[in-house]
Design a protein around this ligand. Structure first.
Ligand SMILES: Cc1ncc(COP(=O)(O)O)c(C=O)c1O
Length: 425
């Protein structure tokens, strides 16, 4: 174990769990260098953040430029980088979302979105999904259930939260066979309004359009369409938490574009500023302008440097055609990963969109295989590939290369994965 890791363990709270023992000294593009000189292909993106790689040149330049001018504004004076960012977000977010709040972490974007929904609708009830992850502050963990561990000893949490099963077709929560159902999970959601909470008390439905920490699950398009229709019918605000699935991760600016479904409020963080702390949530002007000055606020949110990094991140994705590149390569990536599935029965399912791909490891009868997953990740790390897991049982590998990854780098990752699966069996 490196000296830095040893020193860290002495002073960092054990509550902060790390995925590897790598002590990074440098990172560039897809690559991270450890303090032992070893180079790793980083397909973790620092937990799905560095969507356009480490230290993207335009971002580094924009940050240097902002640093030369000023560092902090704190809602006392106006500044250009935040305005430019919101003008860009207006262009890339779906539907008529054109007004934004700015914060630091994903969990803050979620908290703010819930507050906005309650304010606007004057209804306190929130519907969320079993298996979802929305963050670690108290409001966000109240709607998080990807693992019970996140909630342990923190009760009582926010009241008026109602949970419906996520459409996780590989493990259908309603016991149906994949592809042969009548969306019984959606029917469950509808019956909640006969039993649990009247429609007139529900302000918002919050959903990850692709389940992230809960196991990289893609819902059926028909589910998403029906959900939008349900929200319209009862005047619930539909909040999409695109903290993990957004900013190009799924091959489009936002994952909801795959379903043709537009939310009323969108939460954005992680990939937005290539690693600088920044989050945001947006809605239409019509909705936002109901919020009175001071009804919500922030000191550090929208740091000028983070905003400059975000603008440069968006420009890089657009100008380098990274979404197009991802869309072109991702079917081939899927095909290559599916070849591994044909070869190794421990791979139960491969699913995803763009470069948000999950590889679920199982034993007989789809029993989750967390130990094998952990061993596999260690074997990959030994060979120089950083991957991380997710899922309720930690048995899903996130395959999340940055958008600018090359075919050669992907080939290298397939070779390492193949070797690791071989050693596992
Ligand atoms: C979908 C989703 N929402 C919210 C969050 C919380 O973000 P943060 O850790 O930046 O607070 C995460 C983090 O993984 C996430 O994946």
């Amino acid at each position: 174990m490196s000296d830095l890791v040893k020193r860290s363990k002495k002073v960092l709270t054990p509550a902060l769990a790390f995925d590897t023992q790598v002590a990074a000294v440098k990172a560039e593009g897809c690559w991270v260098e450890g303090d032992d000189g070893k180079k790793y292909l980083d397909f973790s993106g620092g937990t799905a953040v560095t969507n356009i790689g480490h230290r993207p040149p335009r971002v580094v330049e924009a940050v240097k430029d902002q640093l030369e001018r000023f560092i902090h504004a704190g809602c006392v004076f106006y500044y250009d980088s935040v305005v430019k960012l919101f003008e860009e977000l207006t262009r890339i977010t779906p539907g008529n979302i054109d007004m934004f709040f700015v914060a630091n972490a994903g969990t803050e974007a979620v908290e703010g979105a819930l507050k906005l929904a309650r304010w606007v609708t004057r209804r306190g009830g929130i519907i969320c999904f079993r298996g979802a992850f929305h963050g670690r502050t108290l409001g966000a963990i109240s709607i998080t259930s990807s693992r019970v561990h996140y909630r342990k000893r923190y009760e009582p949490l926010l009241p008026s939260v109602y949970r419906t099963p996520y459409p996780y077709c590989y493990r259908c929560p309603m016991g149906q066979e994949e592809g042969k159902c009548s969306l019984e999970c959606f029917q469950y959601l509808e019956t909640m309004m006969d039993h649990d909470i009247p429609t007139t008390d529900i302000g918002a439905v919050i959903m990850e359009p692709i389940l992230g920490e809960g196991g990289y699950v893609v819902p059926p398009k028909s589910y998403m369409e029906r959900l939008r229709e349900l929200c319209d019918r009862h005047e619930f605000l539909l909040i999409f938490d695109e903290v993990q699935s957004g900013m190009g991760r799924a091959g489009k600016w936002f994952a909801c574009e795959h379903f043709g479904v537009v939310p009323d409020i969108i939460c954005i963080a992680k990939g937005i500023a290539s690693g600088f702390p920044l989050s945001s949530f947006g809605a239409s002007k019509k909705l936002m302008q109901d919020w009175l000055p001071g009804a919500h606020g922030t000191t550090f949110g929208g740091n000028p440097i983070s905003c400059a990094a975000a603008v440069a991140t968006i420009e890089t994705i657009r100008e380098d055609k990274l979404l197009e590149k991802c869309q072109e390569l991702s079917p081939w990536v899927m095909e290559r990963l599916k070849k591994l599935k044909d070869k190794y029965p421990v791979i139960g399912d491969i699913r995803g969109l763009g470069y948000m791909i999950g590889i679920e490891l199982v034993l007989e009868n789809k029993k989750p295989a967390p130990e094998l997953t952990s061993r596999l990740l260690k074997l990959c790390l030994e060979e120089g590939l950083i991957l991380i897991s997710c899922g309720t049982w930690s048995n899903v590998i996130r395959f999340i290369p940055p958008l600018m990854v090359t075919r050669e780098e992907l080939e290298k990752s397939f070779t390492i994965l193949d070797k690791a699966f071989q050693r596992l069996s």
